[in-house]
Design a protein around this ligand. Structure first.
Ligand SMILES: Cc1cc2nc3c(=O)[nH]c(=O)nc-3n(C[C@H](O)[C@H](O)[C@H](O)COP(=O)(O)OP(=O)(O)OC[C@H]3O[C@@H](n4cnc5c(N)ncnc54)[C@H](O)[C@@H]3O)c2cc1C
Length: 370
């Protein structure tokens, strides 16, 4: 059922607004509202809380389909499902019911000015104040910063052992200031802005999981979810680029010769390379989900590989689309250059491609990741 609801939202809302979202750098509010109303934001929440009760594989389908139409909306959904994965594991039923009803947009507030892409090592503080907790931080990037309902937030532990503790921090909590607007190369509508926290007070009950156990949630829950969904977005960019290039190549003619672009072997070879890289990334994504579903011994390796492989595929495939479509790709209305710009972000989103290759190398050599 969710497939037809999703396709309706993409057709009626996401696709028509994608160009303006990118051009004006505005958050895709209409799309997020429509996804909430259609139950898509509550896709991964259990049915007992009013959600659709689906898992990561279905969330990946949503993100991949959204990315074909609008990269910004896809990344907002990617970060939402990543945050919801933590909420599913740790939050009270009242929060999950709001997510299921489409009234709670989640995101991750992990990256910080000090630790940068090393999200597993926050420097920001949390201290006890009676029954409350005071948070201070310089968060460097939060997708949906001005639009999320609440952030899944990392800090140093209150007092427990470990690298971090996670919190549920309402976006409108006094002491939070969003330092937007976001003006980036790509994903221009995703509102990925820095956020400063000065003396933000949350109740002790806002803690997600045990004090000091944030690292375990980051590695056990967030990393697999985020890597798979980020890879799904990259596959979506690849699919959009292949489709736009094939359509352009078959429809565009050199009138003097009476031939189409697709009649040129070089053009067909480029499209073949794009198709093959896309299918390799999509196949790895499918295999990663299959490994996770049965707890295969190579699951962690696949989880590390899938984001790196898919993000590099998206960069290469969209670059080849730019070359293959020629001058037409430079025009904004065609959408090819938008996917090319949007595809760049995944490789620098933590864990970055460089960090993932380091981890994959360590895993292959039998060395500890940290
Ligand atoms: C569009 C967008 C949306 C984002 N949304 C969110 C969000 O919602 N929540 C959130 O928490 N964060 C978010 N981020 C932040 C993201 O996850 C990274 O933290 C950020 O992109 C890292 O940028 P940096 O320049 O600070 O990285 P740096 O750590 O300064 O990295 C710079 C370069 O060094 C390389 N490098 C760094 N460490 C290593 C290492 N150990 N080994 C090898 N190479 C290394 C990197 O690969 C990179 O090439 C977002 C980023 C973008 C671009």
């Amino acid at each position: 059922m969710f497939h037809s609801a999703l396709e309706r939202v993409i057709h009626d809302v996401v696709t028509p607004s994608a160009l303006a979202v990118d051009r004006e750098g505005r958050f895709p509010s209409e799309a997020v509202t429509a996804l909430g109303a259609a139950g898509i934001l509550g896709l991964t929440v259990a049915t007992e809380h009013g959600g659709v009760g689906k898992g990561l594989a279905e969330a990946a389908q949503v993100v991949e389909r959204l990315a074909r139409a609008c990269g910004s909306t896809a990344m907002v959904a990617c970060m939402h499902y990543s945050g919801v994965a933590v909420l599913n594991a740790t939050a009270p039923a009242s929060v999950l019911r709001e997510v299921a009803a489409g009234r709670h947009l989640s995101t991750l507030a992990f990256s910080e000015q000090g630790s940068r892409s090393h999200f597993w090592a926050p420097l920001s503080s949390a201290r006890n104040d009676g029954g409350n907790v005071i948070l201070d931080a310089e968060k460097s990037w939060i997708t949906s910063a001005s639009h999320a309902t609440a952030y899944v937030w990392s800090s140093r532990p209150l007092g427990g052992e470990g690298a971090s503790t996670l919190w549920l921090v309402p976006r409108d909590a006094p002491g939070l200031s969003v330092r937007g607007p976001f003006d980036g190369l790509g994903l221009r509508g995703n509102d990925a802005s820095p956020v400063r926290a000065q003396g933000v007070c949350v109740p002790g009950s806002a803690r997600l999981g045990d004090d000091g156990k944030g690292f375990d949630l980051m590695m056990g829950v967030v990393l697999p979810t985020f890597n798979v969904l980020n890879a799904a977005a990259s596959v979506g960019h690849c699919e959009a680029a292949v489709s736009a290039t094939a359509t352009h190549a078959t429809a565009t003619r050199h009138e003097e010769a009476g031939t189409s672009l697709a009649d040129l072997p070089t053009i067909r070879a480029n499209i073949a390379r794009m198709r093959s890289r896309t299918d390799m990334a999509a196949t790895l994504l499918g295999d990663t989900l299959a490994a996770m579903a049965v707890g295969r011994p190579d699951t962690m390796l696949r989880v590390l590989e899938v984001k790196a492989v898919a993000s590099e595929a998206a960069i290469d495939v969209t670059m080849l689309a730019m070359r293959t479509c020629g001058g037409a790709a430079y025009r904004k209305e065609g959408g090819v250059e938008r996917h090319f710009r949007d595809a760049q972000a995944a490789s620098v989103m933590g864990p970055t491609t460089d960090v993932l290759y380091d981890f994959i190398g360590k895993a292959t050599c039998g060395l500890p990741l940290f």
